[in-house]
Design a protein around this ligand. Structure first.
Ligand code: SF4
Length: 362
């Protein structure tokens, strides 16, 4: 069941269509009410039950007595020179998270957080330093999208449309799989959700293989962070993820997992100067990806205060990329977005205040 707030009210923003059907039935309402209420939340963006004007005043009053819409609130907006925007967003218990809006030619991608902090300890990532404060619920995950959409509507005469979602913000989405799945279901529901195409949604993981299929079943894209060309490298860079699964075991899983038609894996590889960026690394990586339908996103490290890791120079990055391309691996060099506001990959967590709530850690 979706979360119930401290006032014992159902959080409508965390409720899937199937859960809403049960809720509506249990209160003796007609079945069509479920879609009617969800459309108000996702398609008209209301934040108060009282604004659902095609419900009678009696029904609105009753609904407000048993349910609520826990929409997160934007508390601060940091604008990067390259157009990337970092939002600090406050949740109902006072905890803050970071969400990034990345404008590119024909897309507006919103990068969502799924946990406050992270339970994994990737050595190059600022979020890891926070530890895991708590998991986010489905409403808090999809609420980031809705809050940014409302912000754009208020800020611009012709508000740009959000086109893509990536779950690559704070946290490991597959360590919080149920809320992530529910949020995705509400994102892709055509009649009463956001109506996003699953192909425009990407879930990024450090590698929890027994949850891969849960994501692929939703028909969305799965991006897996490798960041290493040998088991030893991965053990040093991503010790917690490596304890779940070594690099070679991870790639074996990818070899056997049934992919939806015309899909391929996306592998993420953060390039760290003199750690995993040599031509030998590129050759080894290309060799270990043989037989896996995939593309590789290369991400030159985004430097963070106090980190011992550094960004490779451009020649090193190009050499690495060319070796993969020569081995017929589709390779995309990701441009760093929003580094001046610490909004780039691996840089989230600087502006995050600790959660004041006492929900259990997983
Ligand atoms: S890279 Fe991702 S999984 Fe690893 S610590 Fe950072 S947020 Fe967690």
């Amino acid at each position: 069941m979706p979360p119930v707030t401290s006032k014992n009210k159902l959080d409508l923003l965390s409720t899937t269509k199937a859960e809403m059907d049960i809720f509506i039935q249990s209160h003796g309402w007609k079945p069509y009410r479920a879609e009617q209420i969800l459309r108000w939340i996702y398609q008209r963006g209301v934040t108060q039950i009282d604004h659902m004007s095609d419900l009678s005043i009696h029904d609105r009053t009753y609904l407000a007595s048993i349910a609520t819409i826990n929409r997160p609130t934007i508390t601060s907006v940091l604008q990067s020179q390259d157009g990337t925007t970092k939002f600090l967003i406050q949740l109902h218990d006072g905890a803050t998270i970071e969400t990034i809006l990345i404008p590119e030619r024909d897309r507006r991608t919103v990068c969502l957080s799924t946990q406050i902090g992270c339970s994994l300890d990737c050595k190059f990532c600022l979020t890891a330093k926070l530890g895991l404060k708590r998991n986010m619920n489905a409403g808090e995950i999809i609420g980031q999208y809705l809050s940014i959409q409302s912000y754009l509507a208020k800020t611009y005469k012709k508000p740009p449309r959000l086109t893509n979602v990536v779950m690559m913000g704070m946290g490991e989405p597959l360590a919080n799989i149920d809320p992530v799945r529910n949020a995705i279901q509400n994102m892709i529901h055509g009649r009463c959700g956001l109506g996003l195409s699953p192909r425009r949604i990407t879930v990024s993981t450090a590698g929890i293989p027994n949850k891969f299929y849960d994501i692929l079943k939703l028909d969305v894209n799965l991006a897996i962070s490798l960041n290493a060309s040998t088991n030893e490298q991965r053990r040093a860079l991503m010790p917690a993820a490596n304890r779940l699964c070594s690099l070679s075991e991870l790639l074996d899983v990818c070899r056997t997992l049934p992919l939806p038609h015309r899909r391929r894996f996306t592998f993420e590889y953060v390039l760290l100067r003199r750690v995993n960026d040599s031509p030998e690394d590129a050759v080894r990586l290309a060799r270990s990806l043989r037989g896996i339908p995939c593309m590789v996103n290369l991400i030159p490290f985004n430097e963070i205060p106090g980190s011992s890791y550094a960004k490779p120079d451009e020649t090193t990055v190009r050499t690495f990329q060319n070796i993969l391309i020569q081995q017929n691996i589709d390779t995309y060099l990701r441009k760093s977005k929003g580094p001046d506001v610490l909004g780039a990959c691996g840089q989230l967590g600087t502006n995050t205040r600790e959660s004041s709530c006492s929900m259990p850690k997983n």
